[in-house]
Design a protein. Structure first.
Length: 666
């Protein structure tokens, strides 16, 4: 029960002041470092350990978090080891694996690894390449006959294997970097080939057809694996295989997938080995009072350049990071963005959209490029803003580098699944369990309203309350009252009431309620008009339902303040918004809002002071009429401006960086 910190800290602190000897071998062992001290054995006989420790630290030979250059050596060694396993692996048997020592997670990982190695042995092309690659690492030139029988797309990979073997024979001093450069090139080639094949699969596979059709619910059901073992072996009455034929599924995975997986797995294992002591060393350096690792966060996103609420929030966050020079960078996966201060752009290896959600483009980054970016950038924590591929990247970095990971939750995907994808019952519960498993994997989850905070920490999601933190957005400083100008903006006179909607025009946003709301208002105010700003899937339907509506498409942010200032009231019929930037933007321009008493708007709007919170669609148009009839509009506008000032960027950002532990960053 001895605390290793008590065993190490005091003697090490004394050694720094020359007061006593310190066993530097112990410290080196904890950190995974090599001590590069000239004539170490001879000097140990005549000099104190404290003097050698000080010299090592001053020369950078011994660092509390290991020396990063060793990760390349370890990656190469682990890759060499993995190739040998792949060629010689034998099935240990399920019973032996299940009854072996270790946690449930260890056994699941072992089972997946076992299946991967056994599948590789069945894949002749992959097996042949692994043998060639292993020989190259050992300095044996691949036979040129193999190159002749290879498909042209694989020949550049073969050429890199030849380069590796030649480097070994030349015995160059910079052998490690030469090896590693070739491995990175091979991975990039694999990734490029794999990306093209993924696109082809999405176009032609049954999965793509199921998503495009009406059988989305049945597709989700097939993701559930049966617990009855016999089901995997027996056929149904029509002679078809069981519910999920693993062998048939893996047969569709190609050679580039296995190649990329091997290289990425070696990097993961290398980082895990080098950095598994990070929590211990954080505590050690904190108690010691020196040698703390730099506190730097990497924020992952693949929607930074899109036209949506998440993108707007991230851009405002980026501006504040630049202004305050915070120890944080945003990395965006995009083919169109340009890098900026605190903004790193990774080119996606593939972009595609799914028929179920054409408003969003899925972008797949190069995992290895992101891995090296994180390691070389001295980052020690991760923040994610999207649940897709970048979210998985965040969890990869969390476990590989033993760092804290936070998730910033922008979208209510359960509501989206129910409202837009029409998923109900057991399948909706399956979606909820997937989300729960994902969010529980993070150290912190940031939400934007009190409803989501209660939901995540409640029985359905069961995330510990101390992990869930409520935060907020702020709006750009351009949002402030302007002189109303209905004539030039909308072609209307000053006395014609204007109802305004701003946002994505999609069914989950409740926009299909706008026609009946508008009709209800016009029963009292015949000259009322509705202005709709935005674009989306439901735009054509709205144009048909509201022929006299004024549609302005997507408007650049700098033009929105004059639009808000020229309207009479903002209408938000959405029950989907986790925060609602549109409401805060409107209030900042002195425009009251009417919205449902739910999620984000409920926390922003003060009922009957700067807007209205309602329960039904009919109540929306009743409250709009009540406001248009009111003689106290000025009071609402003043209250709106006062409420908007509560959402201060400095205060919100300060609380956020305190929570993720960046407040004391040097």
């Amino acid at each position: 029960k001895i605390n290793p910190l008590d065993f190490c800290v005091d003697p090490y602190r004394k050694s720094l002041s020359g007061g006593s000897d310190c066993h530097i071998g112990l410290f080196a062992g904890m950190t995974g470092t090599d001590l590069h001290i000239p004539h170490l054995n001879e000097r140990l006989k005549t000099e104190s350990h404290s003097q050698l420790a000080l010299e090592a630290i001053r020369n950078g030979a011994m660092a509390p978090f290991g020396s990063y250059q060793n990760t390349q050596k370890m990656t190469i060694a682990l890759l060499h080891y993995a190739c040998q396993i792949a060629l010689n692996y034998k099935d240990p048997g399920l019973v032996r694996l299940l009854l072996h020592k270790g946690s449930a997670n260890d056994k699941i990982i072992s089972m997946l690894a076992s299946n991967l190695f056994l599948e590789v042995q069945k894949h002749k092309v992959t097996g042949s390449f692994i043998k060639t690659f292993l020989d190259s690492l050992d300095g044996e030139n691949p036979r040129q006959i193999k190159k002749l029988i290879l498909k042209p797309v694989y020949r550049p990979i073969f050429n890199e294997a030849v380069h590796i073997a030649q480097k070994k024979k030349d015995n160059k001093a910079d052998l490690v970097n030469g090896y590693y450069d070739s491995i990175v090139k091979i991975n990039d080639l694999f990734s490029s080939i794999l990306a093209k094949r993924i696109e082809k699969k999405l176009r032609k596979s049954k999965i793509g057809k199921q998503i495009q059709g009406t059988s989305l619910e049945s597709f989700i059901e097939k993701l559930e694996l049966p617990t009855y073992i016999r089901k995997y072996a027996e056929s149904d009455k029509k002679g078809k295989k069981g519910a999920f034929n693993i062998s048939e599924f893996l047969d569709g995975l190609s050679f580039p997938f296995f190649g990329s997986m091997f290289i990425l797995s070696a990097h993961f294992a290398s980082a895990k080995t080098m950095f598994h002591t990070r929590p211990f060393l954080n505590d050690f350096s904190k108690r010691l009072g020196c040698f703390e690792h730099p506190r730097r966060a990497l924020w992952l996103s693949d929607t930074f350049g899109d036209k949506n609420g998440v993108s707007i929030v991230l851009k405002e966050m980026h501006e504040e990071i630049k202004k305050k020079n915070l120890p944080s960078d945003i990395v965006a996966c995009s083919s169109t963005l340009k890098p900026d201060d605190h903004l790193i752009v990774l080119k996606p290896i593939k972009e595609f959209s799914l028929p179920i959600y054409t408003d969003y483009d899925f972008r797949i980054p190069n995992f290895l490029e992101l891995h090296n970016l994180f390691s070389n950038g001295d980052y020690d924590r991760v923040i994610c803003s999207t649940e897709g591929v970048m979210g998985l990247c965040g969890l990869y970095l969390k476990h590989a580098c033993s760092v804290e990971a936070s998730f910033y939750l922008h979208t209510d995907w359960l509501m989206f699944a129910r409202k837009s994808l029409h998923i109900e019952g057991h399948n909706l519960n399956r979606v909820r369990r997937l989300l729960r498993s994902f969010y529980q994997s993070f150290d912190h989850v940031f939400v934007l309203n009190s409803d989501q905070k209660s939901w995540l920490s409640g029985m359905q999601m069961n995330i510990r309350a101390e992990k869930v933190h409520q935060t907020a957005h702020w709006v750009n400083e351009c949002f402030k009252p302007c002189e109303p100008d209905k004539e030039n903006l909308f072609g209307l006179t000053a006395n014609e009431p204007v109802l305004l909607y701003v946002g994505r025009i999609s069914p989950e946003k409740g926009v299909l309620e706008l026609p009946s709301i508008y009709k209800g208002v016009k029963q009292k105010y015949e000259n009322a008009r509705i202005v709709i700003v935005g674009k989306g899937l439901a735009l054509d339907e709205l144009r048909k339902e509201i022929p006299d509506g004024i549609f302005m498409d997507w408007v650049v942010q700098s033009r929105l303040p004059e639009i808000y200032s020229s309207a009479d009231i903002l209408v938000l019929p959405s029950k989907f918004d986790t925060f609602s930037n549109a409401v805060l933007e409107a209030l900042s321009c002195g425009l009251p809002a009417v919205a449902y008493k739910t999620k984000g708007p409920k926390d922003i709007i003060k009922h009957e002071k700067n807007g209205f919170l309602v329960d039904t669609k009919q109540e929306i148009h009743e409250r709009i009429i009540e406001y248009l009839d009111s003689t106290s509009k000025k009071s609402f506008q003043t209250s709106a401006l006062k409420r908007a000032k509560d959402y201060n960027a400095d205060a919100i950002l300060s609380d956020f960086i305190n929570t993720i532990g960046l407040s004391n960053a040097k």
